[in-house]
Design a protein around this ligand. Structure first.
Ligand code: FAD
Length: 303
């Protein structure tokens, strides 16, 4: 119920206005977001890399309704990749892109605009030795996102995809994607979805996660296990023993566990969001965990 309300608020312009304009939000947002500007993302990357963790960086923004905003997002990724390269941090880095931030949601030829823009980002990543992963948004975008993935992979076979364990379709998508060279991030899923397309019960989502993870680990692709859930992490360790895969977690969430995983020699990649459009991302983090919401409310109350 709380999750549903917070996810509804994540898409409400009214709630956005209230939360964004409240100056007291910022200290809590800073726990989950690396900063507003490119140098903030570069500096977060440097400290993560120095502690043995890799990064995937997200320039925050989604549901773009203007072609110019989509273009701005492409330029932001391009500057970021150049800055990482200048600082010797680009090789091995990944950028995470939401296709709705580069035009997918535009009426008419949104799909084509998003493909062209994602291609520009893939070219910029390729030029500095970085990779690109296409984030997955709500289920109305899944087909378009997987089509764009397959078109990009013709020229950039290392472009990665995200699958969401809460969707019924994901088991079949995982079988399609578990092939050589295919980078697949598996997460539980962060959007509000109807029961016509998605499991609603947390234990069913978790069971499907493990089913899909097994498919990915038995396939020939490169699984990326995106979860903070200790049970999932333990199961991934068992299923992935002796094969190449990586763990992924979000910036600011379970940093101690991130370091433990990296220290024991397993690959750990941290998803680093930055930029001023933090609202949707932030609300999804609150929806995931009541303790995050309590932390936010406590911070507001004590200031
Ligand atoms: P949950 O069921 O939320 O949590 C399980 C357990 O993890 C908790 O019970 C607790 O033990 C532990 N835990 C969780 N949070 C905390 C915390 N703050 N502190 C301490 N312990 C905690 N979703 C999408 O829909 N599309 C995407 O493209 C996408 N990309 C992602 C990329 C990465 C790298 C990650 C990590 C997540 C991504 N997500 C994405 C979000 C994902 O779908 C989930 O909403 C989110 O990760 C929460 O699920 P969970 O697996 O961590 O488990």
């Amino acid at each position: 119920m709380l999750r549903t309300s917070l996810l509804a608020a994540a898409r409400s312009p009214w709630a956005r206005n209230v939360v964004e304009r409240n100056p007291l939000s910022q200290p809590v947002v800073n726990r989950f977001v690396a900063g507003a500007l490119t140098p903030d993302a570069v500096s977060a990357t440097r400290s993560l890399v120095e502690s043995g963790r890799a990064v995937t960086i997200d320039y925050l923004g989604e549901d773009t309704t203007e072609v110019a905003d989509a273009k701005h997002t492409v330029e932001a990724y391009s500057s970021l990749l150049s800055a990482l390269s200048e600082q010797g941090l680009a090789a091995g880095a990944d950028v995470s892109v939401k296709l709705s931030a580069v035009g997918q949601a535009l009426p008419g030829d949104g799909h084509k605009i998003a493909l062209d823009n994602a291609r520009l980002i893939a070219e910029a990543a390729s030029a500095v030795g970085a990779t690109l992963t296409l984030d997955m948004e709500d289920h109305t975008t899944t087909d378009s996102t997987l089509e764009i993935l397959s078109e990009l992979r013709v020229d950039f076979p290392w472009v990665g995809a995200v699958l969401q364990a809460y969707l019924y379709r994901t088991e079949a998508d995982a079988r399609d994607l578990a092939s050589a060279g295919s980078r697949v991030r598996l997460c539980k899923g962060a959007y509000r979805e109807p029961d016509s397309v998605a499991y609603q019960d947390k234990s069913e989502v978790d069971r499907n996660y493990v089913r899909v993870l097994r498919i990915l680990m038995q396939g020939d692709g490169y699984p990326m296990v995106a979860s903070h859930d200790p049970r999932i992490i333990a199961i991934a360790g068992e299923l992935g023993a002796g094969r190449d895969f990586e763990y992924q977690m979000l910036y600011g969430i379970r940093p101690g566990e991130q370091e433990t995983i990296a220290r024991r020699g397993d690959k750990m990649r941290v998803y680093v969001p930055y930029g001023v459009q933090w609202y949707g991302y932030f609300m999804r983090r609150l929806a995931e965990r009541p303790a995050n919401l309590a932390f936010f409310l406590r911070a507001l109350a004590t200031r």
